[in-house]
Each structure stands twice: as structure tokens, then as C-alpha cells.
Design a protein around this ligand. Structure first.
Ligand code: SF4
Ligand code: SF4
Length: 95
């Protein structure tokens, strides 16, 4: 029962119905940052992704909602995506 969810369908499939926070891309010279997309409609603000981020690229606000606050710190390790129980966060690696 219930809608089947995939990692990508909610992010790409329903235009205009999904809020996504991506943080600000960093473009100061050398390397382009990875982008972490957070589907705020699926996120339940448990902060698990924040707790597992080894570089503190993610921060949590007062209610536990994650924000991709420091894109320059993100290594693209994928831990946040792997640990999220709700498939609400996705790492988009930049070339
Ligand atoms: S682990 Fe998933 S559900 Fe929990 S705060 Fe992070 S993105 Fe939201
Ligand atoms: S990909 Fe790794 S470094 Fe980047 S935000 Fe997620 S857990 Fe942190």
C-alpha cells in the first residue's frame, strides 16, 4: 500500500511540488563542489545525515532540518544519502 518511492522520482518527476534545498554552489577557482539535494517534503528532520557527515558540511537548524551549509567541505562520500531512512537526501557529484 502507499506510493512507491524511489530516490529520483520525487526529485525529478513532480515539477513544482517538491521543495529541494541544494545549498550554494562554490565557484571560487579550483574545484567545483558536489551538491547535496534535500527533499524537504520527505525529510522528517531526524538529523541522522548531519550526525554522520564526517566533514560537517551539513548543519541542522533548531528543529533538526538539515542544510547544506558548507558545500566546500563536502567530499561526496555519500554517507548522508546512505544513512537517510527516507531517501530524502541525494549527493550529486560534480565532475
Ligand atoms: S537523514 Fe534524511 S530524513 Fe533525516 S534529517 Fe537527513 S535528510 Fe532528513
Ligand atoms: S556527501 Fe559526505 S561530506 Fe558531503 S554532505 Fe554528505 S556526508 Fe557530508
Amino acid at each position: 500500500m502507499g506510493a512507491k518511492r524511489t530516490r529520483r522520482s520525487g526529485l525529478d518527476g513532480k515539477k513544482g511540488s517538491t521543495m529541494i534545498e541544494t545549498g550554494s554552489p562554490v565557484s571560487q577557482g579550483k574545484k567545483r563542489s558536489n551538491v547535496v539535494e534535500i527533499n524537504l517534503q520527505w525529510c522528517k528532520s531526524c538529523s541522522i545525515c548531519v550526525a554522520f557527515c564526517p566533514t560537517n558540511a551539513l548543519t541542522a537548524d533548531e528543529v533538526g532540518t538539515p542544510h547544506f551549509a558548507y558545500p566546500e567541505k563536502c567530499t561526496g562520500c555519500g554517507l548522508c544519502e546512505m544513512m537517510c531512512p527516507d531517501f530524502a537526501i541525494e549527493v550529486v557529484k560534480k565532475p
